[in-house]
Design a protein around this ligand. Structure first.
Ligand SMILES: Cc1cc2nc3c(=O)[nH]c(=O)nc-3n(C[C@H](O)[C@H](O)[C@H](O)COP(=O)(O)OP(=O)(O)OC[C@H]3O[C@@H](n4cnc5c(N)ncnc54)[C@H](O)[C@@H]3O)c2cc1C
Length: 410
């Protein structure tokens, strides 16, 4: 048998534990946020989660995490996305997690001691400053410069745009051009910057289309426009050597992309459950909505998309467990999962009627939040462009496109 969908007992057990955690602790705690400060609610949740061993699922045990492999971690993440507090409660929230992984892989022992430890302990948070107004989808257009000032420091000048969580971060990974004469992908380096910092000036939180709850800023710190002016960074804060910033950034985004997708499964599942509950109680024109075929078709479309989303993630987790290349699947899934969650939430809004459009339910908020996922970590079109080129490459090499279209599955 080449494919085995039996999930190992250990991974199943951890998924059950996290599902229970989210349902028994995180979802009820969301309501507490109406009356209590986030710090108090989250502090209590985190202490309780950690005491149960629910902490940094993606990090190895020697770093104080749960040491889960790609499959178990993706099962856990698929549960956590159901609650706003899920990932935060276990210190596995974006954008921090992907940056923590980058630091774990590339940092010196000194950097690990100084920066990684407090991040893994949940004492500090970290943001990622790559995108600039002049360069996003094609990040190689970044203009922020880093120039050496003797041996001790780099001086950075430029600007950044849409840095998520900068407002709550104690550290930033900042990408800047160190060598304009190097090949395009080798021009950039990544620096660990301690915040607040007079050279890293958060000019504003950019107002987006997302409906913001009362704790939006405390939870995620918004998306910031940043002026970088004579920012002095000690040379020892250069991460992973000069010229490696771009590759490091892409590697970081590869995980971030999928983690969004994993959370989307949980969110879409909750939206579909809500819609189904509503139609099983609501009658129009003398007939229960659940008994109408048109409604059943709508639910069926959502179920099909969720099923495909889960299969994609499981297949990718399988490839990751085996150390196989998953670039093509990563891009396909990134695009699919972002569209899937949007479609399912949209259907749930539709089936709830005016109530779905209201802010009495979380659906409207989720709808406006998930729209960003077709843009972040590379817009749909850039991924599809990449996927399409791989399809052509596969055809030219093998006379069939199967290897670029999941063909190694069967
Ligand atoms: C909510 C949010 C949070 C973000 N958080 C962060 C963060 O924490 N850190 C960070 O560094 N960045 C962050 N970003 C930035 C994000 O990664 C970029 O917005 C994204 O990469 C797109 O870049 P851009 O906005 O400059 O769009 P552009 O590159 O200007 O592209 C605009 C549009 O052109 C089209 N397009 C672009 N290239 C192609 C192509 N090759 N073929 C066909 N069509 C194409 C696409 O439709 C694309 O949406 C965030 C963005 C958002 C919206």
């Amino acid at each position: 048998m080449s494919i085995d969908f039996e999930i190992p007992a250990e991974a199943k057990a951890v998924r059950e534990k996290v599902r229970k955690w989210v349902h028994d602790e995180c979802i009820p705690a969301e309501k507490e946020l109406d009356t209590k400060p986030l710090k108090e609610v989250l502090g209590r949740l985190r202490a309780k989660a950690r005491a149960q061993g629910l902490w940094c699922p993606f990090a190895p045990k020697e770093y104080g995490g749960m040491g889960l492999g790609p499959l178990a971690n993706s099962l856990v993440q698929m549960e956590l996305g159901e609650s706003t507090l899920g990932a935060l409660s276990m210190n596995t929230q974006g954008p921090d997690d992907a940056s923590i992984m980058t630091i774990m892989t590339h940092a010196t022992e000194h950097q690990k001691e100084k920066f990684l430890k407090p991040l893994l302990n949940g004492e500090k948070r970290i943001c990622f400053s790559m995108t600039e107004k002049v360069a996003g989808g094609d990040a190689t257009g970044m203009q922020t410069r880093a120039e050496r000032d003797g041996n001790a420091n780099y001086i950075l000048n430029g600007e950044k745009w849409f840095t998520s969580s900068a407002g709550v971060a104690d550290l930033a990974l900042v990408m800047a051009k160190t060598d304009p004469n190097a090949p395009r992908h080798k021009q950039f380096s990544t620096f660990i910057v301690e915040l607040p910092n007079p050279g890293y000036n958060i000019k504003r939180d950019i107002k987006t289309m997302a409906i913001e709850g009362p704790h939006a800023h405390a939870l995620s710190g918004g998306h910031s426009e940043v002026e970088i002016k004579d920012l002095k960074v000690p040379a020892e804060n250069l991460l992973g050597g000069e010229g490696n910033g771009f590759d490091m950034g892409q590697h970081r985004l590869a995980y971030g992309r999928l983690r969004h997708g994993m959370h989307n499964v949980a969110k879409a599942q909750r939206a579909l459950d809500m819609a189904t509950e509503y139609v099983t109680k609501r009658s129009t024109f003398g007939v229960l909505l659940a008994d109408r075929q048109a409604v059943q078709f709508m639910l069926a479309d959502c179920a099909s998309q969720l099923y495909m989303a889960r299969l994609m993630l499981l297949h990718i987790a399988y490839k990751a467990e085996k150390g196989l290349d998953l670039t093509q699947e990563n891009s396909i899934a990134k695009v699919y999962l972002a569209r899937m969650v949007h479609k399912v939430i949209d259907t749930a809004i539709q089936l709830h009627g005016a109530l779905g459009y209201s802010q009495d339910l979380p659906l409207a908020k989720w709808y406006t939040e998930v729209r960003m996922q077709r843009l972040v970590d590379g817009p749909d079109e850039v991924h599809k462009w990449k996927v399409g080129r791989n399809v052509i490459k596969a055809f030219r090499k093998h006379g069939t496109t199967a290897s670029a279209a999941g063909g190694d599955l069967i």
